[in-house]
Design a protein around this ligand. Structure first.
Ligand code: SF4
Length: 276
């Protein structure tokens, strides 16, 4: 039977929080329940997510130890690496929500992202990189968290710049960056994991256009963000007292959700097409 309200299961405890968990709860509580409490995991992924991962991998490769020892990189070498990662990781569960676009369309967007980045930072890519794709453990009011930061730069003693790459269409403003919980989480993660901190800045790279947003938080602002995060965790923990609290929140984002068979608001499967 599909309706989980009739067959309550014992909620699984979330051992560590992450931004994506909090965001899933905010976007659709039912999706949160299906993934993080019922433990449903599917191999499905959207073509946008697939493309975003490949672009991230290329930018990680650009700053790996071997490449950083080179004086320059050609754009061709980035494209070749992108192609290799694209082919190597391709699988049969990649889906396109907008059936009017072929896979090539998304492949080209990835290339454009790399080209915009190359025009800004190539061919030398001599940024003061400390680490890339760093997994950090930290706490917010005793709640354990984990987060992965795309890149952390250390431009001077006590100075840290957290970089986050975005391949999605929607860009955010400086003001939105100031209130963004994900950037706030990264800030706390670096603050708790690194020594000699004088200043932490956060830089969002919107790769589709090459635009960037750079911000620095004050302690007062960070306190506000910390309170917002704690409030959200409390809300999730309160909701866990009764499974009926995890109501489906239908939106355009349902088109990119592959849990229609488990969702109480949907009938049948998501009608997305398989990417070829
Ligand atoms: S299909 Fe929509 S309402 Fe249902 S779980 Fe997914 S996002 Fe939520």
């Amino acid at each position: 039977m599909k309706n989980p309200h009739l067959t309550p299961t014992k909620p699984k405890e979330v051992l560590k929080y992450s931004y994506s968990q909090l965001n899933t709860f905010k976007t659709c509580p039912q999706q949160y329940k299906i993934i993080y409490m019922d433990g449903v995991r599917k191999p499905h992924e959207s073509i946008e997510a697939f493309m975003g991962k490949r672009v991230h991998e290329v930018l990680e490769w650009v700053y790996d130890k071997d490449n950083r020892s080179k004086s320059y990189q050609t754009f061709d070498s980035l494209c070749k690496t992108y192609d290799e990662y694209w082919v190597k990781n391709w699988h049969e569960n990649i889906y396109i929500a907008d059936y009017r676009n072929p896979s090539d369309f998304y492949y080209s967007i990835g290339k454009r992202c790399l080209s915009n980045y190359y025009n800004k930072y190539g061919p030398s890519f001599d940024e003061p990189v400390a680490e890339t794709e760093i997994e950090l453990q930290f706490k917010i009011d005793n709640h354990p968290f984990r987060g992965i930061i795309d890149r952390l730069d250390n431009p001077g003693k006590g100075k840290w710049v957290i970089h986050d790459y975005k391949t999605s269409k929607r860009e955010k403003t400086q003001r939105q960056a100031f209130n963004d919980l994900q950037l706030g989480l990264y800030y706390l993660a670096v603050q708790q994991n690194y020594k000699e901190i004088e200043e932490i800045s956060l830089c969002w790279h919107f790769l589709r256009t090459g635009n960037e947003v750079l911000i620095t938080h004050t302690q007062e602002k960070m306190e506000l963000i910390r309170r917002k995060l704690t409030k959200l965790i409390k809300k999730i923990n309160f909701a866990k007292k009764d499974e009926n609290n995890f109501i489906p929140k239908e939106s355009i984002l349902c088109n990119w959700c592959y849990l229609w068979e488990e969702c109480t608001a949907k009938l049948g499967k998501n009608l997305v097409v398989r990417a070829e």
